[in-house]
Write a protein that binds this ligand. Structure first.
Ligand SMILES: C[S@@+](CC[C@H](N)C(=O)[O-])C[C@H]1O[C@@H](n2cnc3c(N)ncnc32)[C@H](O)[C@@H]1O
Length: 307
């Protein structure tokens, strides 16, 4: 495509290199971020202005996502495509970057060809909300908080359990990150005096909440017990109701991708203690093992979803 044939871009803050979260918010809030498309309604840069992620932050994001060749990396609002291109160069991962700005998509496509990863890294002009992310195993984001909040339910419902989301500086409103890390980025200081960046990671949790029936070793106190799992993003709490004996509450459980882990009160062979259940959620089944100081309680378990 000829660069001159690209639609004229009328973005007040276009190509400004702003190095801090505060700066990205400030420009995004100025609402001067429409891209003029001849003969059509202007497309809105609702995710924020173009501010490339500095290279040291790209390094940390890719490392935190633990990318492998089998991953499919997507960057929503990809700018010059650096995250998708680097994931392809360093790890051989396939990727898709989308951006509302045709000129940036052109730049990213040319960058992928220059780096000889055009067969792995593709770029398309697209709105974030018109993008199907269900194939992504890694999603990279550098978007305004308002966009992060709007994206949260969509990502939770579209991405597969175990998919990783890595964000530069911004977080979702309710969904807390699994890991976050702040570090010095001197080049951000040169721009506005904030010489640091934060990289945040979320692992999409499987749907573990609900009512389950346990099958566990006879004598464990848990065989045929009912389990109510209450899930809030990657956190689990609930109640275990043994066939005999009293119901017990628990919290502090986790869901990381398809892996669940929680500790329940248990009464086995007349003794009281706790049992740690860890396993994998596959749709309406959980399979795993029970560890306990009460030896009769330890062994394998299965759980079948009742509701
Ligand atoms: C802060 S920049 C991040 C660029 C790149 N991801 C990086 O980290 O270097 C945000 C990008 O999102 C794009 N963007 C904003 N709103 C968008 C929307 N609704 N759909 C697609 N892209 C959008 C902008 O054009 C810009 O390139």
């Amino acid at each position: 495509m000829n660069r001159a044939s690209l639609p004229r871009i009328a973005v007040r803050s276009r190509r400004r290199w702003l190095g801090s979260a505060a700066a990205l918010c400030a420009v995004g809030a100025s609402r001067g971020v429409a891209i003029a498309q001849p003969g059509s309604a202007p497309l809105e840069r609702t995710g924020g202005p173009y501010v490339p992620t500095p290279w040291p932050v790209v390094d940390h994001m890719l490392r935190m996502a633990n990318i492998e060749a089998r991953d499919v990396v997507m960057d929503l609002g990809c700018g010059d495509g650096r995250l998708v291109i680097e994931a392809a160069k360093r790890h051989g991962a396939r990727g898709l970057g989308i951006d509302i700005d045709p000129e940036l998509v052109h730049l990213a496509t040319a960058g992928a060809a220059r780096e000889k990863v055009g067969h792995l890294a593709r770029f398309e002009v697209r709105d974030i909300f018109a993008t199907d992310v269900s194939e992504a195993t890694v999603l990279t984001l550098y978007l305004l908080p308002e966009m992060m909040a709007r994206l949260q339910p969509r990502l939770l419902s579209m991405l597969r359990p175990g998919a990783r989301i890595v964000s530069h500086d911004y977080m979702f409103r309710e969904w807390r990150p699994d890991t976050q890390f702040s570090f010095d980025v001197p080049e951000k200081k040169a721009i506005n005096g904030v010489p640091s960046a934060t990289v945040l990671l979320w692992v999409v949790p499987a749907r573990a909440g609900g009512r389950w029936r346990l099958s566990a070793p006879a004598g464990s106190g848990l065989d045929r017990a009912e389990l109510d799992l209450r899930q809030s993003f990657q956190w689990l709490s609930g109640q275990v109701r043994p066939v005999r004996g009293v119901a017990g509450e628990f919290d502090g459980g986790t869901v990381r991708g398809v892996e669940v882990r929680f500790s329940v009160p248990v009464e086995s062979a007349g003794r009281r203690g706790r049992a740690i259940l860890s396993g994998r959620v596959e749709g309406d089944r959980i399979e795993g093992r029970i560890e306990s100081a009460l030896s009769a309680a330890a062994g394998r378990f299965e759980a079948q979803r009742l509701a």
